[in-house]
Design a protein around this ligand. Structure first.
Ligand SMILES: [Fe+2]
Ligand SMILES: [Fe+2]
Ligand SMILES: [Fe+2]
Length: 422
């Protein structure tokens, strides 16, 4: 079967998503990843797949800040110097419980742990973590123009903040590849693109990285945590029942998974508002679908983009953002619209409980009769209601378990890190 989503697409979606959250954070991730990649290349013992995975981890090393937030004005400098443990622990937990590279999650957990404390921890990945730590600090140093850090910081801090061996490898890599020069000309962006064009991660790994990204974004708000997963489950299940071809089912899966990724740019206060939104807040909220479009267009397969970008469109033209009409909307786009509504009706929100099945069916039927959503899709949803819900409840339980596990683990790991400070 043709490949619907390529490794390069995954990288680009991660890059654009982080850029929509904060451009400086994205740049920091990208440059750290690039320095890290050059060091690994200079060491010369890694396979292409390992290089690809490590570079993606480099890109995502600060992903925990999606949850912890930061002061926008001082951006990277803020979260990389104040309270570094919070984002390290969340990033670690996201990687460990939600990603396909859970064994390498230690890299993120320890990326701010000073080298002199490494004797107090155990990890198979300490050596590589030392490289990531140095790459990270190099970019922070360059970013701050040396302000607040001494000129000879890297000489003085060798074997204290980071390992002297990592510094040596950095210098070797620079002597061989002259990568610092490429940072100045933005040539590094092309090189990273080439790397991911060349590396072929398997389907499971690609899906896993995207699922982790999406889940990390949803994790800011309890109410959205299961929404994405349930929309995805409903959409794929409806697609299957409607016998859409396998390739389209894949497009539906990816489109549903990514449909609310634009929420990365919506303030948590609006996502979490314990009431119905005001008109003004609703306008902000509605922008999420425009941002989803912006992130995916030109990167993902057009079918995936349209599934994601049109999930709030209605057959009668009353939807958003474009007010498209029935004749513009494909079967896949009609399916996701129903899946999204079903997820909202069945899910609990801070201002409402889950509706009982009869009420949900009634609302769907009314929307179909009113010409807003597809009667054929709704018909299938209603006649297979119990089966669809059963499927969903299984998925929901798995998602909730992981959510609870991450929250529980956070407290205890964070407490352990605090003891390192004394
Ligand atoms: Fe960090
Ligand atoms: Fe960082
Ligand atoms: Fe949405």
């Amino acid at each position: 079967m043709a490949e619907l989503v390529k490794t390069l697409d995954i990288y680009n979606v991660i890059r654009r998503t982080m850029g929509c959250m904060d451009n400086e954070v994205m740049r920091h991730g990208e440059i750290t990843a690039y320095i890290f990649y050059n060091m690994l290349l200079a060491e010369g013992i890694y396979t292409d797949i390992e290089l690809g995975e490590y570079t993606l981890i480099g890109m995502l090393h600060d992903v925990g800040i999606i949850k912890t937030g930061f002061k926008n004005k001082s951006g990277v400098a803020d979260y990389e110097t104040n309270n570094v443990w919070a984002h390290s622990v969340y990033g670690y937990l996201f990687l460990k419980y939600l990603s396909p590279v859970e064994d390498k999650a230690d890299l993120i957990l320890y990326h701010h742990l000073p080298y002199y404390l490494h004797s107090r921890i155990k990890s198979k990945y300490l050596k590589v973590t030392e490289y990531l730590t140095l790459a990270d600090q190099m970019d922070v140093f360059m970013r701050m123009g040396g302000q607040g850090m001494e000129k000879d910081y890297f000489v003085k801090q060798a074997d204290i903040k980071f390992s002297a061996k990592a510094l040596e490898l950095f210098q070797q890599a620079q002597a061989r590849f002259h990568f610092l020069e490429k940072l100045k000309t933005n040539q590094y962006i092309e090189e990273l693109q080439e790397l991911f064009e060349h590396v072929a991660l398997n389907e499971k790994t690609k899906k896993g990285f995207l699922e982790m990204l999406v889940y990390a974004i949803d994790f800011r708000s309890q109410q959205t945590v299961i929404h994405t997963m349930s929309t995805k489950t409903f959409a794929v299940e409806l697609g299957r029942l409607l016998r859409v071809p396998t390739m389209d089912l894949q497009a539906l899966y990816y489109g549903a998974l990514l449909h609310d990724i634009g929420k990365v740019a919506i303030p948590t206060a609006i996502l979490e508002a314990p009431r119905r939104l005001t008109d003004k807040e609703m306008q902000v909220m509605k922008a999420h679908v425009v941002i989803t479009d912006k992130i995916l267009r030109g990167v993902m397969d057009p079918k995936i983009v349209e599934v994601a970008a049109r999930h709030h469109e209605k057959l009668d033209g009353t939807g958003y953002p474009r007010g498209l009409r029935g004749e513009d909307l494909s079967q896949l786009e009609r399916i996701i619209a129903v899946a999204d509504i079903l997820s909202a009706l069945y899910g609990k929100r801070s201002y409402k409980d889950s509706f009982p099945p009869e009420k949900i069916k009634g609302i769907l039927q009314e929307d179909a009769d009113g010409g807003r959503i597809c009667p054929k899709v709704v018909g299938v949803a209603i006649s297979n209601f119990d089966q669809i819900i059963q499927h969903y409840e299984k998925e929901r339980d798995v998602t909730m378990e992981r959510y609870i596990e991450i929250n529980n683990q956070y407290e205890s790991i964070y407490a352990r890190f605090k003891t390192f400070e004394t």
